[in-house]
Write a protein that binds this ligand. Structure first.
Ligand code: ADP
Ligand code: ZN
Length: 211
């Protein structure tokens, strides 16, 4: 099964994508994580990407499409994959269609902007492996330490309030039109984000058809 997870920054699409990835045993491909890793390693495209990410803007379609193409060609994607944070523009969605990648469903995790502003302040990310936590909704077992690799969890630079507003604006302008794009293909399923993560997860698994 090939799935796309769509949603505003902080709507919880990554958290939901992770559960579905574990349930179906297919990889979760987060372009945000790949870009942050590249930025950390100081690769050529990583340096370019970092500037855009820190400003709450999108990284260029050219860079992101290139990354994705390489990633989905890897062996572990043969039995399916979950795209978390790609596509984010209509041009990226068209590129995916042009690669003849069959997408089964597009799951939109829908959360109101007000709620998002509140949530992003509590988000923490592991500086080692990129795992994502939330001080209130999804705390790590030991505060400040990643459950998965033991490295430190930190606040992302782009989770600062001013940048969050820019990211939301970018989402509404560039990414939200993908809802119509995939609705027209009959693939869009909207999941309303709930107060409790576990409740959203139930709805997500039902939307994917695994429960
Ligand atoms: P979030 O969904 O919480 O914003 P991500 O980790 O998915 O977080 O993305 C972080 C940043 O990485 C984005 O703000 C953007 O700058 C960049 N990025 C990730 N995926 C894409 C993409 N498909 N196209 C362009 N930029 C991207
Ligand atoms: Zn970690």
């Amino acid at each position: 099964m090939n799935l796309i997870f769509l949603g505003a920054p902080g709507a919880g699409k990554g958290t939901q994508a992770e559960v579905v990835s574990d349930t179906l045993s297919i990889p979760q491909i987060s372009t945000g994580n790949i870009l942050r890793e590249a930025a950390k390693n100081g690769t050529e495209y990583g340096v370019k990407a970092k500037a855009a990410m820190d400003a709450g803007e999108l990284v260029s379609d050219e860079i992101v499409i290139g990354i994705l193409k390489e990633r989905i060609a890897e062996d572990d994607c043969k039995k399916g994959f979950i795209l978390d944070g790609f596509p984010r523009t209509v041009a990226q969605a068209e590129a995916l269609d042009a690669m003849n990648v069959q997408i089964d469903k597009v799951i939109e995790i829908s959360v109101a902007d007000e709620k998002i502003k509140q949530r992003l302040g509590g988000r923490r990310v592991c500086q080692g492996c990129g795992a994502s936590y939330h001080v209130e909704y999804k705390p790590s077992k030991v505060e400040g330490i990643c459950d998965k690799c033991g490295d430190k969890t930190i606040i992302r630079k782009d989770d600062q309030p001013e940048v969050v507003l820019d990211r939301l604006k970018t989402y509404h302008e560039k990414t939200a039109p993908l809802k119509d794009y995939y609705a027209a293909q009959g693939k869009l399923v909207t999941v309303e984000g709930q107060e409790e993560v576990a409740d959203t997860t139930k709805l997500t698994l039902a939307a994917v058809g695994v429960q």
